[in-house]
Design a protein around this ligand. Structure first.
Ligand SMILES: Cc1cc2nc3c(=O)[nH]c(=O)nc-3n(C[C@H](O)[C@H](O)[C@H](O)COP(=O)(O)O)c2cc1C
Length: 331
């Protein structure tokens, strides 16, 4: 069991936010698997995202890797709050938490999203400091497929200050609110330092103890600007594309085995930087390791690199919830 602020993740194995955690039926199946310790919803926004045929996912023929061109969920965040409420009400005394993945581009938007989540938590008596919570938040800083002219904010952390400030404010008002951040894959050390410097600046000192609003970091998201050709990929529905590229946008987010070494490196670097005490407020920030966890051996490697909790998305897409049994069973 791993405690992340007010939630308990047991076993420490979860799905990370993805297109296979998008519908109520998918979330129900994930929630009822005995091998998941928490369920993460697909990233949603206040209004929902305009999904078209350009948004899709393919799998490599040569390794267990995926390339996707999705943006955020077409469902607005309210859909996920309703789904979470429905699922929690079906279970007597539920303990398994949901991690609700959010994206927003303004402070007002994030305030509205967090406000609705806090209302739901109040409604479900989920804000009682004497018992564990079943609803946490993950702010997605790093979807590589959003077609505006700016990079994912996870690569320009300074620009996130307003939104992070609103999240930190919500935590200050209610310390039972568990907040994490989904991080992009970084490729050199200064990128980690730049992000952690901004995050550490939100640490507050109460009763002589330094406390950070950031209970967990999930690393890593997909690697953007990646390309696969049509002849090298398969689709879940078995259809083929006449066009040159595997996904209609040509480039998309790479995941699965192809990014495993990079994700392990990211988890290792966070572990070294955070556990050394260099970022005092975040010494205990939990690290959720994800990226190419497609086997029991890969999950073991992710823990060895420093992950407290291990997650997967591509394997879920390939195998369904059976993925979590595969990751839990030593062959
Ligand atoms: C089809 C697909 C959709 C995804 N959608 C999201 C998303 O909505 N939000 C998010 O934070 N990450 C999203 N991800 C990234 C995954 O959560 C994960 O970080 C990444 O795929 C690496 O893990 P993996 O190698 O196990 O797939 C998505 C990944 C895939 C493959």
């Amino acid at each position: 069991m791993v405690r992340i602020n007010s939630i308990e993740v047991s076993p420490p194995l979860i799905n990370t936010s993805c297109a296979w955690a998008s519908e109520l039926s998918q979330l129900e199946e994930l929630y009822h698997s005995p091998h998941t310790g928490a369920v993460t919803t697909r990233t949603s926004t206040l209004q929902g995202y305009n999904e078209t045929e350009a948004h899709t996912v393919v799998f490599s023929k040569s390794s267990l890797s995926s390339l996707n061109s999705y943006g955020y969920s077409p469902h607005p965040n309210a859909y996920y709050l309703d789904s979470v409420k429905t699922i929690l009400s079906e279970v007597p005394r539920p303990t398994k938490p949901f991690i609700i993945s959010l994206a927003a581009s303004t402070k007002t938007e994030i305030q509205a999203l967090v406000g609705a989540i806090q209302d739901l938590r109040a409604d479900l008596h989920d804000r009682d400091p004497s018992s564990s919570s079943r609803i946490a938040i993950e702010f997605n800083t790093s979807c590589p497929n959003i077609s505006n002219d700016s990079p994912p904010t996870g690569y320009v952390f300074e620009e996130l200050r307003d939104i992070l400030g609103a999240l930190a404010e919500a935590y200050k008002k209610d310390e039972t609110l568990t907040i994490g951040l989904k991080m992009p894959p970084y490729v050199y050390r200064q990128q980690f330092i730049a992000a952690l410097d901004v995050l550490e600046s939100f640490t507050v000192e109460t009763e002589g103890k330094r406390k950070s609003p950031w209970a967990f970091l999930t690393a890593t998201n997909t690697l953007g600007n990646s390309l696969m050709f049509s002849e090298d990929v398969t689709r879940l529905d078995g259809t083929t594309r006449e066009e040159q590229f595997g996904v209609p946008t040509a480039t998309g987010g790479l995941a699965g085995e192809a990014i495993h070494a990079l994700s392990l490196g990211n988890v290792h670097t966070y572990t070294k930087l955070l556990r050394s005490g260099e970022y005092e407020g975040m010494r205990e920030t939990v690290i959720i390791g994800v990226g190419g966890v497609t086997s029991y051996a890969a999950a073991t490697r992710m823990r060895k690199a420093g992950a407290d909790v291990v997650g997967c998305a591509t394997l879920l897409g390939r195998e369904g919830v059976q993925a979590f049994k595969i990751l839990s069973t030593q062959p």
